[in-house]
Structure formats: C-alpha cells, structure tokens
Ligand binder design. Structure first.
Ligand SMILES: *Cc1c(COP(=O)(O)O)cnc(C)c1O
Length: 494
C-alpha cells in the first residue's frame, strides 16, 4: 500500500510582476512536445484584463448588447491575459477564480470562409449549427452570407432570431419529430432531408409542399465519426423511395450525402459524388428532374485543399452540365475547429513522493505516466469531444511556476491529464510528455477546441461550462471580421 502523498503547497502565482508581462514568450525550442508551434506575439498588456461584461480598456468593442465584448489581438495574448486575470481574481478571493476558459479567434472563421470561396466557388456552404452554435460564430457566418444546416426546431429558432431568411436554412435531419416538421414549415423552412419511407408519409401529412432532399448512404469508413450507421438510404432503396414520393405527390428536389465527420481520405468525396450521380439518374427514371446536390460535411482543415480538388474533379466528371444545378455543402468542423483554444488550470497533481523511491501510482511500468495532473475541464465539459468525437487532444504549457517564462530545457516526464469530475472515465490525456516542474496552479492550453466541444458540455458534478473570450485576432482578416459583425448589427436593426 502506498502512503498518502504530501504535495507541496500550491505555488503563489506572481504573474502580475512586470517581467512576466513584457516578454511573454520564451524562445523555447518549439519541438518539445509541451511547447506550442504557433508563432507567439511578443508583448502582452496588463490592461487587456477583462471581465465578461466589462469594457475596461478601450481595446474592445461591445458590438452586440448582451453578448461578451470583442477584443483585438492575437489569441495567445488573450490566453495569457486569462491567466493574469485569474491571478488577480484569486488574490481578491473571488471563488472559481482559476476557472478554465476558451479563447475564440473570429478572424479564423472569416479566413476559413474566404478559403472556402477560393477553393469551392461553386459550392454554397450551409454551416452545420450543431458543431458549435456560438453566438458570435453564427452572427459572423450569417453576415458573410452562408446558409445554415439545422437539425431541430431549437437550432432553427436560433438562426431565425438572427434575421436569416428561412430559405437559407436546410432542415438536414432525415428523421425529424412531426412537431418539428410542422413548426419549421410554419416558419418558412421548407427544404428538408429524408432517407426513409415513414418520413415521406410524415411530410406528406404535415408539410406536403416541402422541398425534399434525399440523403443517400455513402462509404463513411474513412472518417472519425461514421454517420452511415444511422442515416442515409442505400442506393438500392432509392428507386422505391422515389416511386413512393411520386405517389404521394411530393416534391423531391435533390440528393445529399455525408461522408462522415472528420473525413481524412478525400477520395471518399469522389465516390460519394459518383453515387449521387446514380441517384440523380434514378430521379430522372422516377420522373424527377433534380436541381440540388448537397455534398454534406466532413471537411477538415488540414486536408481541405486536397478535398476541394477531389470534389471539384468529381463534380466536373459526373455533373459536366450544371445548368439549373445548385450545389451546397454542410461544413461544420471546417469553420470552427482551429478557431477556439482552451486554457485549463492544474487544480491537483498526484506525483511520486519527493524521496524518489515511493510512487503513488499503482501497477505502472517505466513507460507509464508517473505524474497525474487534474485540470478544471474534462470529458463531461469541453473535452466531451474525446468521447463523442473521437478526438485526441494535446496539452501545452501556458504558464509554469507562476510565469510565462519557462525553460525550454526543462526535462519532461510521462504524464496523464484528468478532468475534475469524480468519474474515472474523465481522462483528458492518458499519456503525454509534460515538464517535470509542472505543478498545482500552473496552466495548460489546448488548441483545435472549436468543433463539437462546448456545444455538448454538461454541468455534471456541479462544474461550470467554460466561458469564451472573443478576439478579432491581430492578423489577416481582423478588420474584415469586425466590419462583417458590424454589418450584422445594422442589418438586424434596419
Ligand atoms: C454533423 C453534420 C454535419 C457537419 O459535419 P462536419 O463533419 O462537422 O463538417 C453536416 N451535415 C449533417 C447532416 C450533419 O449531421
């Protein structure tokens, strides 16, 4: 049996001392696993400290009354400002001063939109709201002119509140509650997907003039989240479904598919477009002349150009004549994944006793984590993406020993990172290399936290959902992002 361990007391956080504020980024070797790769800003300003609803330094705008302020500057600056702010709040005795927080760089979303237009100019993106229904993200995309993929009447209501024309919404859930079909139709949202015959009867009864889109099953085996288990009509069933739709005098306007979320093999799109072509031909045979091709979601930041190339070629090959054809997509992850980072505080640690002999961690070999870190967000919160979205997350050190300066030569050791709830499934990182000097009170950060994270976070065990600090970024697209958001306000008040 191991002894109860005695941890050193939490370190005093002295991030408020001037040296930490002026030169923030250590010139640390960027290849260490716990340092970040993105280029850092070279200064940090104490006066960027903020509270959610306080405009205290003139470097932020309150654009939307009732929403948090919008800051400027590199997201790294705001990640660090959050640490400093927590230190101030903690010194003032504020409860939960060290709570975890997101930083969202909205210019990233803006730039992804521009990138989309460059690579897929013929395809209109309909943002998949479920991926991250963040109020700023939705307003920005609405201002840029995207459509929206909604799956419930709640999501439809959220988008209509932004004064988006209902024609810009596709109700892309093939298995809808009858009451949701009814309320959507009542609000003018009449484009909706189906993939089974019961849905046809339902729509014929409730919303007979709906514009129906047939979701077909395609090969989703090259993606992180396979959706074909649940949705999509196999091609062999398509002629029967379309014949039934014709019988019911329903208006089927096109075909959709989803190659699976987090699709890592662009060729999946080529096959899917080929199958969609087959479904178009089955439509002709059934007496329909389809006018909509919906290529779904599954787009990934890292493989986007390759995917776009494959998709363009497949469309050229299978739909050489595109007169009267409208092509849309339903990207979710693509727009937001890299726009959000999360900072979390190390609230506890379980480490070998300082005598160097006794270890508190049971039954572990040499290559197993010898230090367990407990942080204040976990799989019941932002990191639900680990369970539901099959993500792996990679922590890096934001502050250590009360400072943003930490040695790039600090030795690292195998570590595991855990969330705050009392459930042992709440493991954020089973194995990662972290500096041996890391301890209670230090901060870790995680990038790529924008997709399927905060939207599915729970308050299990009484832990709050982490809040978001918004910035326009400090580079390309910041000014355009601000202008787009301001346009969103004037459109809403016009
Ligand atoms: C989830 C979902 C999307 C978005 O998928 P991403 O992989 O995030 O792009 C698009 N369409 C439908 C129908 C979905 O269910």
């Amino acid at each position: 049996m191991s002894q109860p361990d005695i941890l050193p007391p939490p370190r005093a956080i002295d991030l408020v001392s001037p040296p930490c504020l002026t030169t923030v980024f250590h010139s640390a070797s960027p290849n260490l696993p716990w340092t970040r790769s993105r280029s850092p800003p070279d200064s940090i300003e104490d006066d960027n400290l903020h509270d959610d609803n306080v405009n205290d330094d003139g470097d932020c705008d309150i654009i939307f009354p009732g929403l948090p302020p919008l800051f400027r500057g590199h997201p790294d600056v705001h990640l660090r400002n959050g640490v400093i702010r927590a230190a101030h709040l903690s010194a003032a005795g504020v409860p939960d001063a060290e709570r975890a927080y997101f930083v969202a760089d909205l210019s990233y979303v803006y730039n992804q939109y521009q990138r989309w237009k460059r690579c897929l100019p013929e395809i209109e993106p309909f943002y998949a709201v479920k991926c991250n229904p963040d109020p700023f993200v939705l307003r920005l995309l609405a201002a840029l002119g995207t459509g929206f993929d909604c799956a419930s009447n709640g999501e439809i209501a959220q988008i209509l509140l932004l004064d988006v024309n209902p024609a810009r919404i596709i109700f892309a859930n093939p298995c809808k509650a009858a009451s949701h079909v009814k309320s959507a139709a009542g609000q003018g949202v009449d484009t909706m997907t189906f993939d089974n015959v019961d849905e046809l009867y339902k729509v014929a009864r409730i919303s007979p003039t709906a514009k129906l889109v047939l979701r077909i099953l395609t090969d989703d085996s090259k993606s992180l989240c396979r959706l074909g288990l649940k949705y999509g009509a196999p091609l062999v069933t398509v002629p029967g479904l379309l014949a039934k739709a014709k019988d019911l005098e329903l208006d089927v306007i096109g075909v959709s598919f989803h190659v699976g979320s987090g699709c890592y093999d662009p060729s999946a799109f080529a096959d899917a477009v080929r199958w969609a072509r087959a479904a178009f031909d089955m439509g002709l045979a059934a007496g329909y002349n389809f006018s909509l091709l919906d290529v779904g979601g599954g787009f990934d930041d890292a493989t986007f150009e390759a995917t776009a190339g494959v998709l363009r070629d497949a469309i050229d090959l299978h739909f050489p004549d595109r007169t009267g054809l409208r092509i849309i997509a339903e990207p979710g992850r693509y727009f937001v994944s890299r726009a959000f980072s999360l900072a979390a505080n190390i609230i506890a640690r379980r480490a070998p006793l300082s005598d160097g002999k006794t270890t508190e961690i049971k039954d572990k070999g040499n290559d197993q984590p010898s230090v367990m870190y407990y942080i204040n967000d976990g799989v019941y919160g932002a990191f639900n993406c680990i369970l539901f979205d099959h993500q792996q997350v990679y922590p890096y050190v934001l502050s250590m020993n009360g400072s943003f300066h930490f040695s790039g030569t600090e030795s690292v050791g195998p570590s595991s990172v855990w969330g705050p709830t009392c459930d042992s499934i709440d493991c954020v990182c089973p194995m990662t290399m972290l500096p041996e000097g890391l301890g209670v009170g230090d901060w870790l950060a995680f990038d790529n936290m924008g997709a399927y994270t905060v939207c599915a976070a729970s308050r299990f065990n009484g832990f709050a959902i982490s809040k978001v600090t918004y910035t326009l970024g400090d580079g390309h697209g910041s000014q355009e992002t601000l202008l787009a958001l301001k346009a969103a306000v004037s459109a809403a008040t016009a």
